[in-house]
Design a binder for this molecule. Structure first.
Ligand code: ADP
Ligand code: MG
Length: 240
Protein backbone atom coordinates (compact mmCIF):
# COMPACT_ATOMS: atom_id res chain seq x y z
CA UNK A 1 0.00 0.00 0.00
CA UNK A 2 2.88 2.38 0.80
CA UNK A 3 6.22 1.67 -0.80
CA UNK A 4 9.34 3.71 -0.12
CA UNK A 5 12.49 2.94 -2.09
CA UNK A 6 15.94 4.42 -1.47
CA UNK A 7 14.56 7.65 -0.06
CA UNK A 8 17.22 10.33 0.40
CA UNK A 9 16.70 13.82 1.67
CA UNK A 10 19.04 16.65 2.48
CA UNK A 11 18.36 19.93 4.28
CA UNK A 12 21.24 21.88 2.79
CA UNK A 13 24.32 19.81 3.69
CA UNK A 14 22.45 17.83 6.31
CA UNK A 15 21.75 14.36 4.90
CA UNK A 16 18.67 13.53 7.00
CA UNK A 17 17.25 10.46 5.22
CA UNK A 18 19.72 7.91 3.91
CA UNK A 19 18.44 5.20 1.60
CA UNK A 20 15.28 4.55 3.57
CA UNK A 21 13.26 1.58 2.31
CA UNK A 22 9.90 0.64 3.70
CA UNK A 23 6.90 -1.36 2.58
CA UNK A 24 3.61 -1.04 4.35
CA UNK A 25 0.88 -3.52 3.49
CA UNK A 26 -2.81 -2.74 3.51
CA UNK A 27 -4.13 -2.73 7.11
CA UNK A 28 -0.61 -2.99 8.50
CA UNK A 29 0.31 -0.96 11.56
CA UNK A 30 3.90 0.18 11.46
CA UNK A 31 5.58 1.91 14.37
CA UNK A 32 8.73 3.97 13.86
CA UNK A 33 10.94 4.60 16.88
CA UNK A 34 14.22 6.44 17.22
CA UNK A 35 16.00 9.27 18.99
CA UNK A 36 15.12 12.89 18.46
CA UNK A 37 16.65 14.18 15.23
CA UNK A 38 16.88 10.74 13.60
CA UNK A 39 14.58 11.82 10.75
CA UNK A 40 11.24 10.30 11.76
CA UNK A 41 9.12 13.42 11.20
CA UNK A 42 10.87 14.23 7.95
CA UNK A 43 10.22 10.68 6.79
CA UNK A 44 6.47 10.96 7.46
CA UNK A 45 6.34 14.38 5.83
CA UNK A 46 7.99 12.99 2.71
CA UNK A 47 5.37 10.24 2.45
CA UNK A 48 2.53 12.70 1.97
CA UNK A 49 4.84 15.14 0.29
CA UNK A 50 4.69 17.94 2.82
CA UNK A 51 8.46 17.75 2.27
CA UNK A 52 10.19 17.41 -1.04
CA UNK A 53 13.06 14.92 -1.36
CA UNK A 54 16.01 14.66 -3.70
CA UNK A 55 16.24 10.92 -4.41
CA UNK A 56 14.09 7.85 -4.18
CA UNK A 57 10.61 6.72 -5.00
CA UNK A 58 7.42 6.67 -2.99
CA UNK A 59 4.23 5.05 -4.23
CA UNK A 60 0.84 5.01 -2.53
CA UNK A 61 -1.43 2.17 -3.65
CA UNK A 62 0.78 1.74 -6.70
CA UNK A 63 0.58 5.42 -7.67
CA UNK A 64 3.90 7.27 -7.77
CA UNK A 65 4.01 10.70 -6.17
CA UNK A 66 2.53 13.19 -8.63
CA UNK A 67 4.29 16.38 -9.63
CA UNK A 68 1.45 18.84 -10.15
CA UNK A 69 0.27 20.82 -7.14
CA UNK A 70 -3.36 19.86 -7.71
CA UNK A 71 -2.59 16.15 -7.74
CA UNK A 72 -0.38 16.60 -4.67
CA UNK A 73 -3.35 17.98 -2.77
CA UNK A 74 -5.32 14.89 -3.79
CA UNK A 75 -2.52 12.71 -2.48
CA UNK A 76 -2.45 14.60 0.83
CA UNK A 77 -6.16 14.09 1.23
CA UNK A 78 -5.70 10.33 0.71
CA UNK A 79 -2.99 10.06 3.37
CA UNK A 80 -4.19 11.61 6.61
CA UNK A 81 -1.76 13.07 9.08
CA UNK A 82 -2.02 13.72 12.80
CA UNK A 83 0.67 15.79 14.48
CA UNK A 84 1.88 16.30 18.01
CA UNK A 85 0.07 19.65 18.10
CA UNK A 86 -3.51 19.48 17.04
CA UNK A 87 -3.86 22.67 14.96
CA UNK A 88 -7.64 22.83 15.22
CA UNK A 89 -9.29 26.03 14.05
CA UNK A 90 -9.92 27.84 17.35
CA UNK A 91 -12.82 29.94 16.09
CA UNK A 92 -14.78 26.95 14.79
CA UNK A 93 -16.86 24.36 16.64
CA UNK A 94 -15.71 20.77 16.81
CA UNK A 95 -18.27 19.79 14.18
CA UNK A 96 -17.16 22.59 11.83
CA UNK A 97 -13.53 21.62 12.30
CA UNK A 98 -14.30 18.08 11.14
CA UNK A 99 -16.55 19.28 8.28
CA UNK A 100 -13.94 21.69 6.93
CA UNK A 101 -11.95 19.18 4.85
CA UNK A 102 -14.98 17.45 3.29
CA UNK A 103 -16.61 20.76 2.30
CA UNK A 104 -13.50 22.74 1.31
CA UNK A 105 -11.27 20.04 -0.19
CA UNK A 106 -13.72 17.35 -1.25
CA UNK A 107 -16.45 19.80 -2.39
CA UNK A 108 -19.01 17.89 -0.41
CA UNK A 109 -22.45 19.34 0.29
CA UNK A 110 -22.83 20.62 3.84
CA UNK A 111 -25.55 18.14 4.74
CA UNK A 112 -23.45 15.17 3.63
CA UNK A 113 -20.29 16.57 5.27
CA UNK A 114 -22.19 17.02 8.52
CA UNK A 115 -23.30 13.40 8.45
CA UNK A 116 -19.78 12.26 7.78
CA UNK A 117 -18.34 14.47 10.52
CA UNK A 118 -20.85 13.11 13.03
CA UNK A 119 -19.98 9.57 12.02
CA UNK A 120 -16.28 10.12 12.70
CA UNK A 121 -16.86 12.11 15.89
CA UNK A 122 -18.83 9.12 17.09
CA UNK A 123 -15.90 6.86 16.17
CA UNK A 124 -13.54 8.86 18.38
CA UNK A 125 -16.13 9.01 21.16
CA UNK A 126 -16.89 12.73 20.98
CA UNK A 127 -20.46 12.87 19.71
CA UNK A 128 -21.45 14.93 22.73
CA UNK A 129 -18.83 17.63 21.94
CA UNK A 130 -19.83 18.67 18.44
CA UNK A 131 -20.94 22.15 19.50
CA UNK A 132 -17.90 22.74 21.74
CA UNK A 133 -14.99 24.97 20.75
CA UNK A 134 -11.43 23.66 20.92
CA UNK A 135 -10.48 25.77 23.96
CA UNK A 136 -13.17 23.99 25.97
CA UNK A 137 -11.62 20.57 25.33
CA UNK A 138 -8.84 18.68 27.06
CA UNK A 139 -5.68 17.92 25.08
CA UNK A 140 -6.79 14.32 24.63
CA UNK A 141 -10.17 15.40 23.30
CA UNK A 142 -8.54 17.88 20.92
CA UNK A 143 -6.29 15.19 19.58
CA UNK A 144 -9.28 12.89 19.06
CA UNK A 145 -11.00 15.71 17.12
CA UNK A 146 -7.83 15.98 15.02
CA UNK A 147 -8.08 12.25 14.32
CA UNK A 148 -11.77 12.58 13.37
CA UNK A 149 -10.90 15.50 11.12
CA UNK A 150 -8.29 13.40 9.29
CA UNK A 151 -10.71 10.46 9.03
CA UNK A 152 -13.40 12.68 7.51
CA UNK A 153 -11.20 12.87 4.44
CA UNK A 154 -11.66 9.08 4.22
CA UNK A 155 -7.93 8.49 3.77
CA UNK A 156 -6.39 5.25 2.52
CA UNK A 157 -3.73 5.46 5.20
CA UNK A 158 -2.94 7.53 8.29
CA UNK A 159 0.36 8.93 9.51
CA UNK A 160 0.77 9.83 13.18
CA UNK A 161 3.71 11.93 14.33
CA UNK A 162 4.08 11.57 18.10
CA UNK A 163 0.36 12.13 18.62
CA UNK A 164 0.56 11.78 22.40
CA UNK A 165 3.87 13.51 23.14
CA UNK A 166 2.33 16.86 24.02
CA UNK A 167 -0.36 15.40 26.27
CA UNK A 168 -0.53 15.19 30.03
CA UNK A 169 0.11 11.57 31.00
CA UNK A 170 -3.45 10.90 32.11
CA UNK A 171 -4.75 11.86 28.64
CA UNK A 172 -2.45 9.61 26.62
CA UNK A 173 -4.56 6.47 27.07
CA UNK A 174 -7.72 7.77 25.43
CA UNK A 175 -5.82 8.80 22.30
CA UNK A 176 -3.96 5.49 22.09
CA UNK A 177 -7.26 3.64 22.56
CA UNK A 178 -8.75 5.59 19.65
CA UNK A 179 -5.75 4.70 17.49
CA UNK A 180 -5.99 1.06 18.52
CA UNK A 181 -9.64 0.98 17.47
CA UNK A 182 -8.69 2.46 14.13
CA UNK A 183 -6.03 -0.23 13.70
CA UNK A 184 -8.57 -2.92 14.55
CA UNK A 185 -10.90 -1.46 11.91
CA UNK A 186 -8.16 -2.20 9.36
CA UNK A 187 -6.65 1.26 8.82
CA UNK A 188 -3.16 1.25 7.33
CA UNK A 189 -1.04 3.28 9.76
CA UNK A 190 2.48 4.55 10.26
CA UNK A 191 2.94 5.77 13.81
CA UNK A 192 5.96 7.59 15.18
CA UNK A 193 5.74 7.18 18.93
CA UNK A 194 7.64 6.62 22.15
CA UNK A 195 4.73 4.61 23.53
CA UNK A 196 6.31 1.18 23.60
CA UNK A 197 3.21 -0.39 25.15
CA UNK A 198 1.20 0.70 22.12
CA UNK A 199 3.92 -0.61 19.81
CA UNK A 200 3.97 -3.99 21.53
CA UNK A 201 0.22 -4.33 21.55
CA UNK A 202 -0.81 -2.86 18.20
CA UNK A 203 2.13 -2.78 15.78
CA UNK A 204 2.71 -5.49 13.22
CA UNK A 205 6.18 -4.14 12.48
CA UNK A 206 8.56 -1.80 14.28
CA UNK A 207 11.35 0.10 12.55
CA UNK A 208 14.19 1.61 14.53
CA UNK A 209 15.68 4.71 12.89
CA UNK A 210 19.02 6.28 13.70
CA UNK A 211 20.74 9.15 11.89
CA UNK A 212 18.43 8.99 8.90
CA UNK A 213 18.65 5.24 8.42
CA UNK A 214 16.36 2.35 9.22
CA UNK A 215 18.74 0.33 11.35
CA UNK A 216 16.49 -2.55 12.31
CA UNK A 217 13.04 -3.86 11.36
CA UNK A 218 11.21 -6.60 13.21
CA UNK A 219 8.01 -7.61 14.94
CA UNK A 220 7.59 -5.81 18.26
CA UNK A 221 8.27 -9.00 20.27
CA UNK A 222 11.52 -9.58 18.45
CA UNK A 223 12.68 -5.99 18.37
CA UNK A 224 12.00 -5.33 22.05
CA UNK A 225 13.25 -8.64 23.42
CA UNK A 226 16.03 -9.61 21.03
CA UNK A 227 17.31 -6.66 18.98
CA UNK A 228 20.18 -7.73 16.77
CA UNK A 229 21.79 -4.33 16.20
CA UNK A 230 23.96 -2.74 18.84
CA UNK A 231 22.45 0.71 18.19
CA UNK A 232 18.94 -0.67 18.73
CA UNK A 233 20.03 -2.31 21.98
CA UNK A 234 21.52 0.95 23.21
CA UNK A 235 18.45 2.97 22.30
CA UNK A 236 16.08 0.49 23.95
CA UNK A 237 18.19 0.31 27.10
CA UNK A 238 17.79 4.08 27.43
CA UNK A 239 14.03 4.15 27.06
CA UNK A 240 12.70 0.84 28.43
P1 ADP B 1 12.83 13.44 14.41
O1 ADP B 1 11.42 13.61 14.02
O2 ADP B 1 13.29 12.02 14.40
O3 ADP B 1 13.14 14.10 15.72
P2 ADP B 1 13.36 15.27 12.24
O4 ADP B 1 12.85 14.62 11.01
O5 ADP B 1 12.53 16.32 12.85
O6 ADP B 1 13.73 14.15 13.31
O7 ADP B 1 14.77 15.93 11.93
C1 ADP B 1 15.79 15.22 11.25
C2 ADP B 1 16.91 16.19 10.94
O8 ADP B 1 16.47 17.14 9.99
C3 ADP B 1 17.42 16.98 12.14
O9 ADP B 1 18.82 17.13 12.00
C4 ADP B 1 16.72 18.30 11.98
O10 ADP B 1 17.49 19.34 12.55
C5 ADP B 1 16.63 18.46 10.48
N1 ADP B 1 15.47 19.24 10.05
C6 ADP B 1 14.17 18.92 10.27
N2 ADP B 1 13.34 19.82 9.72
C7 ADP B 1 14.14 20.74 9.12
C8 ADP B 1 13.88 21.95 8.36
N3 ADP B 1 12.64 22.34 8.08
N4 ADP B 1 14.96 22.63 7.92
C9 ADP B 1 16.21 22.23 8.17
N5 ADP B 1 16.52 21.12 8.87
C10 ADP B 1 15.50 20.39 9.34
MG1 MG C 1 9.81 14.38 15.08
Amino acid sequence: MISVKSLNKWFGDNHVLRDVDMNVEESEVVVVIGASGSGKSTFLRCINRLEDYQKGEITINGRPHPTSEKRLNELRSKVGMVFQHFNLFPHMSVLSNVMEGPTQVRDMKKSRARELARHYLDKVGLSDKEEAYPEMLSGGQKQRVAIARALAMEPEAMLFDEPTSALDPELVGEVLATMKKLANDGMTMIVVTHEMGFAREVADTVHYMDQGKVVETATPERLFTAPTQERTQEFLSQIL
